[in-house]
Structures are given as structure tokens and as C-alpha cells.
Design a protein around this ligand. Structure first.
Ligand code: BES
Ligand code: MN
Ligand code: ZN
Length: 511
């Protein structure tokens, strides 16, 4: 929600000066664009290019040098670009620049970064963080290049330091000024991307929050604040869930002192058309319940609400950019705990849809809460299509690691559009099958269904086909994002930690 999370970004025309700035120019294969050549009057850039044979100007390469005149410009950063880069490639470049130059990590400082710092003016390290100027003359004539570069920078600058009591030594840039040939074009493209960046930041913040701060009720209250943006938000509390018969969601939450919630967000920007629906798994902590998980990596199960975070972030982005579409976001929030009141292995529960489920393993809880959330969403809103996002199975990580999320769809058109949105945004997906044989594996013996398929493999497909029993004939896709919510190393657009996976994907799909 916080606007101040992002540095101010502005676009200025070439005749405006970039003061107290670091400058980034863009050579293609070591040749300066003609406009930059006359700007390089003292020849510093050309000399540096000649001197450093390792800098070839190849795509994503970066070279930094202190500016010799020292009057207004602190240092120069050159980076390589391909001839007609795709928006995603430009964003990745921006993300890399953010992490390596604009706000490098504190600990590991390379010589390169130290020498870059030596060229910076004192004013750059004041309380507010430096003003950064980026000169893109000659490379932005007729495209939203600058907007995508700025978007990538914002995504790459993300850090979660709410709970740090010792301030970071270096501050993030407070302001980023891009000098471009057509500022109005860049600004217009950026306004939309900025809305998406705020959605991604929000999703990352939610995933980063610990489970003692973010639990079903506090999560629901945070979502309620989005009504400021014009979203309609409804919270179904425990009493209401009981009244309506959310048997599966309540069963998952019943072992916890923190009762479950279901939150419905609605964005109405598309007139009378039926909405698109997003549904998110929001298990604020997954101990496994009575089928308890091993302790070693259990702390990670904080991120078991990454699907819900993606839905919230996407709804925020759509509201902020005033999307011309009707979209509902539904998140099922519960904490999966063992206790004297907890659901037991072998219990038979009655879902909202009326189907009974044998809960052979209380750790297969995501599919239970989604069963109710999907049924509720589809019967209440009759969406044109429904997409759920969930950190559903460890088996998904076995199959795809942290490179792609699993895609399970009952409609080929929807599958295709999702895959395209994935390639364009970098939130990449890969399709999996859901043949009838898999459906047989989740048939129950004492009830209609069972929540695991003992003795069978294909854990992620089994999870998806369990969900399929609750969507009927409507167009639906399930994204198993178990490996995607948190990264254990820096990538161009996602610093180590929460990634916000899914926000950009869903935004793109709606667009
Ligand atoms: N939240 C987990 C899945 C998960 C595991 C996500 C590791 C990310 C990293 C889910 O609720 C779960 O526990 N799934 C079980 C299913 C099994 C009991 C059929 C799993 O994957 O082991
Ligand atoms: Mn589980
Ligand atoms: Zn889980």
C-alpha cells in the first residue's frame, strides 16, 4: 500500500540537466550512439571503452567509470544492450543495474563497486538516499524502453527490512531521473508499470512477513485496506464460514488458535461482463498438522500463503492501473496446526460443495481449503474462467525447481494465454496432464474423495486433479507455485527472498 516504498521516478527531456547524477549510457557493441558521441566531448567514455577489452558491449554487460570532470556527474555506467531488446530483457537489465550499482548489497563489495563509490559525491549518501540520473538519449526515440528499464530497476531494488533495527549503511536511491527523447511517451508507459510494481512489492511483503504477524485475521485486515483503491473487500469470519458450510476450510483451521478467514476482493472496471476469478491458497503457516512435517526446514512454511499474496498483489495492480475488466480475487486463509482440536488423519469432512473427503494426510491441506474457495467462487460469481495459485506440492519443486511453475488447465485456450503471459513477464509456466486415470487415484473408499493417493506417484498432478473435482465444467487453471514464491539467490528482477511470482502474470493475462 505504501507509496514511499518506491523511489520517485521521472522522465525529463534531453535539454534538462541531470545534476548530482550518475549517468548510464548505452553503447551497442562498443560504439556510442551518435547523440552520445557529441556528449562525450572530453572523450572519457571512448577512452574507457578502448582501455577495457573485457567490456565488449555485449548484452547485459556493465562497465563503470568515474567521470573526469567531477563537476555535476559522479560516475558513468555503460551497459550493453541487444539491438531490439524485448521489454522483459530491458527490465532484467534494469534489475541488474539496481542490484549491482544503484543499491548494492552491503556485505560483499567488489572492487568495482568500491571504485564506483569513490566517484560519488558526498551529497549522494545523505539521509534521503541518492538522486540517480540515467541518460538514455539516442536509445529511446520511439519505444517505452525507459519505462521498462525503470520498472526493472524498481523490481530489483526491493528489500524487506521492516524488522531491521540497525539501519543499512547505504540507502536506496530516493529519486530516479531518466533523460529520454520523448518523456511523455515514457511517462505514460511507466504509470501503468508502476501500479504493477506496487502490486509485486505488496505480494513480496506479504510473503516476507513472519507468521506471528501475518495470520488469517491480520492478513484479512491488511487486505481490507485495499478498499482505499476502489476494491470491494468482504471478509468471511469463522462464524460466517460455519453458517455457510465451509467444512474443508474450517477443518484445516480447526487445530489453530487463529481461526480461518475467506476474503473476497472485487474490481469492477468492465461493465456488465462476467468476471475473471483468481483464487489463492493462503496457509499462513503449514506445520503439516497432525501429519507433522520434519522440523529442519519447517520455518520456510511461512511462504505457504504465496498464492494468496499473488492474488492480492494482482488485485492491487489492477485497481491501481484502473483495469477495464471485472475481476474477483478470493483467498482462503488458515493456519495448519496440530493440537487437541486438530483434524485427524482419516477424518471424513464435508466440503462446501457437499462432497465428502477422507483426510488421509493432514499435510495435504492446501487442496482442502481450495476445494471450498473454488466452489464458492464459481457458484457465486459464474466467472468466465478461474485461475488458482497455490504452493500446493513439494513434488512440483522436484519437477521444475525454481524455474517454472506447474500449469494444469482444463481449457486449451486458457492454457495457451497463460503460457504466453508467462513468457512475456518472466513468470514462466509449464503444462502438465490431468488424465482420467489420475482422477481415479483420489476416489475415496469411505467418502467421495481422499486428499492423497497412497502408493501412487505424480504428487502434483494428484493435487491438481483433486481440485478439478470442485470446478465442474467451468474453464479453470491451477498454478502450482511451490518453488516460485521465495528465491534463495538473487536473480535479475528478484533479489533473494520473496519474488511476488504471479502478480505480473495475472496482470498481463487481464491486459
Ligand atoms: N505447502 C506444502 C507444499 C510445499 C512443500 C510447498 C514444500 C513448498 C515447499 C503442502 O501443503 C504439502 O505439505 N504438500 C504435501 C502433500 C503430500 C502430503 C501429498 C507435500 O508436498 O509433501
Ligand atoms: Mn501441507
Ligand atoms: Zn501447505
Amino acid at each position: 500500500m505504501d507509496h514511499d516504498r518506491l523511489p520517485a521516478v521521472s522522465f525529463v527531456s534531453p535539454n534538462q540537466p541531470l545534476t548530482r547524477a550518475r549517468v548510464i549510457a548505452l553503447p551497442s557493441k562498443k560504439k556510442l550512439a551518435p547523440k552520445l558521441r557529441d556528449w562525450d566531448a572530453q572523450g572519457a567514455i571512448s577512452r574507457a571503452l578502448e582501455k577495457d577489452p573485457s567490456f565488449t558491449g555485449a548484452y547485459k554487460q556493465v562497465l563503470t567509470l568515474a567521470h573526469p570532470s567531477q563537476d555535476k556527474i559522479a560516475r558513468i555506467v555503460l551497459f550493453g544492450s541487444s539491438k531490439n531488446p524485448k521489454p522483459l530483457a530491458i527490465e532484467q537489465l534494469g534489475g541488474r543495474l539496481a542490484r549491482t550499482f544503484l543499491w548494492p548489497a552491503e556485505k560483499k563489495e567488489t572492487d568495482e563497486q568500491n571504485s564506483a563509490k569513490a566517484g560519488m559525491k558526498k551529497t549522494d549518501t545523505a539521509k534521503t538516499g541518492p538522486v540517480v540520473g540515467i541518460d538514455l538519449r539516442g536509445v529511446t526515440q520511439n519505444n517505452p524502453f525507459a519505462a521498462h528499464l525503470a520498472f526493472g530497476i524498481l523490481l530489483g531494488l526491493y528489500r524487506f527490512d521492516r524488522y531491521r533495527t540497525t539501519p543499512a549503511k547505504n540507502l536506496p536511491p530516493s529519486k530516479i531521473i531518466l533523460r529520454v527523447d520523448r518523456p511523455a511517451v515514457a511517462q505514460k508507459a511507466f504509470d501503468r508499470l508502476r501500479a504493477v510494481a506496487l502490486g509485486v512489492y505488496h505480494a513480496r511483503d506479504l510473503v516476507s512477513e513472519p507468521s506471528n504477524i501475518l495470520y488469517p485475521d491480520s492478513f484479512a485486515r491488511r487486505i481490507s485496506q485495499l478498499s482505499k483503491l476502489g476494491l470491494k473487500v468482504e471478509v468471511l469470519d469463522e462464524k460466517r464460514l460455519k453458517k455457510e458450510g465451509f467444512g474443508a476450510l474450517l477443518a484445516v483451521g480447526q487445530g489453530s488458535a487463529r481461526p480461518p478467514r475467506l476474503v473476497v476482493m472485487q474490481w469492477k472496471g468492465g461493465g456488465k461482463k462476467p468476471p475473471v476469478a483468481f483464487v489463492g491458497k493462503g496457509v499462513t503457516f503449514d506445520t503439516g498438522g497432525i501429519s507433522i512435517k520434519p522440523s529442519a526446514n519447517m520455518w520456510l512454511m511461512r511462504f505457504d500463503m504465496g498464492g494468496a499474496a499473488a492474488v492480492v498483489g494482482a488485485m492491487e495492480a489492477l485497481a491501481r492501473r484502473k483495469a477495464k475488466a471485472n475481476v474477483v480475487g478470493v483467498v482462503a486463509l488458515a493456519e495448519n496446526m496440530p493440537s487437541g482440536k486438530a483434524m485427524l488423519p482419516g477424518d471424513i469432512i464435508t466440503s462446501l460443495a457437499g462432497k465428502t473427503i477422507e483426510t488421509l494426510n493432514t499435510d495435504a491441506e492446501g487442496r482442502l481449503i481450495l476445494a471450498d474457495a473454488l466452489h464458492y467462487t464459481i457458484t457465486r460469481f459464474s466467472p468466465s474462467y478461474t485461475i488458482d495459485l497455490a504452493t500446493l506440492t513439494g513434488a512440483m519443486i522436484v519437477a521444475l525447481a525454481d524455474v517454472r511453475a506447474g500449469l494444469f488447465a482444463n481449457d486449451s485456450g486458457l492454457e495457451k494465454r497463460l503460457r504466453e503471459a508467462g513468457e512475456a513477464t518472466g513468470d514462466r509456466l509449464w503444462p502438465f496432464p490431468m488424465d482420467a486415470e489420475y482422477h481415479d487415484m483420489v476416489k475415496g473408499t469411505r467418502g467421495d474423495l481422499r486428499n492423497i493417493a497412497p502408493g501412487h506417484g505424480a504428487g502434483s498432478i494428484v493435487g491438481a486433479t483433486f481440485l478439478a473435482a470442485f470446478v465442474g465444467m467451468t474453464k479453470w487453471a491451477h498454478l502450482d507455485i511451490a518453488g516460485m514464491c521465495e528465491a534463495d539467490k538473487d536473480k535479475d528482477l528478484t533479489p533473494k527472498g520473496a519474488t511476488g511470482f504471479g502478480v505480473r502474470l495475472l496482470d498481463r493475462l487481464i491486459a
